[in-house]
Every structure is written in structure tokens, then in C-alpha cells.
Design a binder for this molecule. Sequence first.
Ligand code: SAH
Length: 326
Amino acid sequence: MTPLERALRDRILSEGPITVEAFMAACNEYYYATRDPLGATGDFTTAPEISQMFGELVGACLADCWARAGRPSDAIYVELGPGRGTLAADALRVIRSAALDPPVHLVETSPVLREAQAKAVPNAAWHDEPASLPDAPALLVANEFLDALPVRQFADGIERKVTVVAGGLAFDRDGEIVESSPARAEAVAKIARRLVLSGGAALIFDYGHPKSGPGDTLQALHAHGFAPVLDGPGEQDLTAHVDFEAVADTARKAGARVTAVVPQGQWLDRLGIAARARTLVMAHPDRSNEIEAARDRLCSPDQMGNLFKVIAIHSPAWPAPAGFET
Ligand code: SAH
């Protein structure tokens, strides 16, 4: 039994069943605080860890948007849940080549990952949550951040809870599942309000669906495979698909502009990943297979290209970032 499982069982035995939301929050807080989950020896891999092309195109998109917004000299780079800092390092290299060297602000709670980020992005400032970010135009990115924030689940309209049955953890009910996420709504509302107030644009990548609808999307990832959700609390990554319609509604209500939701593969194609791959292959002919395989993994509809989506949220005073035309 994991240390967190023992604690959760004791909590349920004294307080009664806990919501799926409380369960997911407790598991992921412990999980991310105690390890670097990324890469071959971890539990999952993300787009920036697959290829530098991902972060570079993010950087190019943000730099272009900043240039069309009139090149505000006080702009900052902000990332939510930056993992190992790989995306930030790749994006900042391109942003700097566009003659902007923005202060870097990272929203990250995990001490283990903060340490990794400090190596990839020297001189960054860290925040526990978006509320303490400085008041400045922001070039913001979040990749696989919202999916880690807890969801509530309702089974046939009644909130689903985790209880103890025969000494083990179990759901208290099944039925048609509908999910909602106050934690995500709060995070999106905070960044949207900030963009409205101070200017800027945000790119939000994650797996999920463009329209709201019922469905149980809670899943656990362990050693690059799916695992039962209630197994090994705190030792596996718990995620739920992002409802992009809910994200867009929340941002719009906060006064921000939102773009269409675009599949990641299509967005990377529009931003010129084919040209970037060719340039990389010319510089590293020996790595041509690896570079093409990475592009395929990021873009193919049967790999990450369709399941992952991207939406942009921006200040009404800023233009929409490129790649979202319908
Ligand atoms: N963006 C990275 C990592 C994705 S994993 C990449 O693409 O590789 C999720 C990230 O969000 C981790 O850095 C994790 O520590 C962070 N995170 C999870 N929950 C968080 C929370 N509540 N507040 C801040 N960061 C959080």
C-alpha cells in the first residue's frame, strides 16, 4: 500500500467518502511533488520532450503575435506547469532571435520540477499560482497543465465519491458520468483576466474535446501505459480530458477573446513544422529518421495530432495568434 493510500483510507474511514475531485487533487499533489514523471524512465512523454520543433513553433507563434501587437518592450514569458523546462528553453531561443528577451515567470508547485526548470531556464522566477504573476503583457503557454487539475464527476447527476470497500479504494457509484472542473475554470479565468488587464496571448495545449459532453475521461498513466484509476494513489499520473468548450466559455466570460479549437497536428502544420523539420535534417542528416518520426508522432491524426488540441486566449487589444484561422 502506498503512503498516500494509507492516508486516504484513514481519511475516508474518519470523514466518510471523498469526492473524485478531492481524490485526484491529493494524488496529483503528491505525485508531482515527489518525482520527475517525464521521459523514458517516467510515466509519460509530452510534445516538447518528443522534439524541439514543438517549443520552437510555440516561440515563433508568440513572437509573431507580440510583433503584431506593437512589440511592447515590457512583455514577459509565462508558462503554467513547465515540466522539465524544455518547452520554455526551446520557445525562448526563438523569441530571443525575434529581438525580445522577456523576463521568465513559471507557475509550478513541484520542488523536484522547479529544480529541473532552473537548469533549463536560468534566471526564471517561480510562482505557486497565476495570482502572483506581475502585471505585464504576457506571452503565455500551458502544455498538459489543465489535464492535471482535478475534475468533479457526477454519476447520473449525483457527485461521485471514492470510498473504502473490503479494505480497498472503490467508487461509491457508477452511471452516466459528467465531468466538470472548478480548478480549471479558476485557472483559466485568472489568466484570461490578466490578459484583458495587461495584454498578451496564451496558447493552451492538451488532450480533450472541442465540445462539452458526457463521458468518464479520468485515466491513470503508469510507466507509459494505462492503469486502473484507483491503483497506487500518488504513484501514477491522474489526468482527465480537457473540455475546450468550457475553457473557451470561461475565458470569454472574463472578457478575453478566444480562437477556434484546432487539432495540434493541423496547428503545427500551419506554423510550418514541415519546413522546420527539413532545416533540422539539413543540419543533422544523421538524425533524419528521428526528426521525421518525431514530426509524425506530434502531427499524425492516429498519434498526437488529433487527440491533442490547441486554443488561444488573448487580450482584445492584441491580435489572434497565427494558426487558428477557420
Ligand atoms: N508542460 C510540461 C509538463 C506537463 S506535466 C510538458 O509539456 O512537458 C504537468 C505539469 O504541471 C508539471 O510541471 C506539474 O508539476 C505541474 N502542475 C500540476 N499541477 C499543478 C498545480 N496545481 N499548480 C502548478 N503546477 C502544477
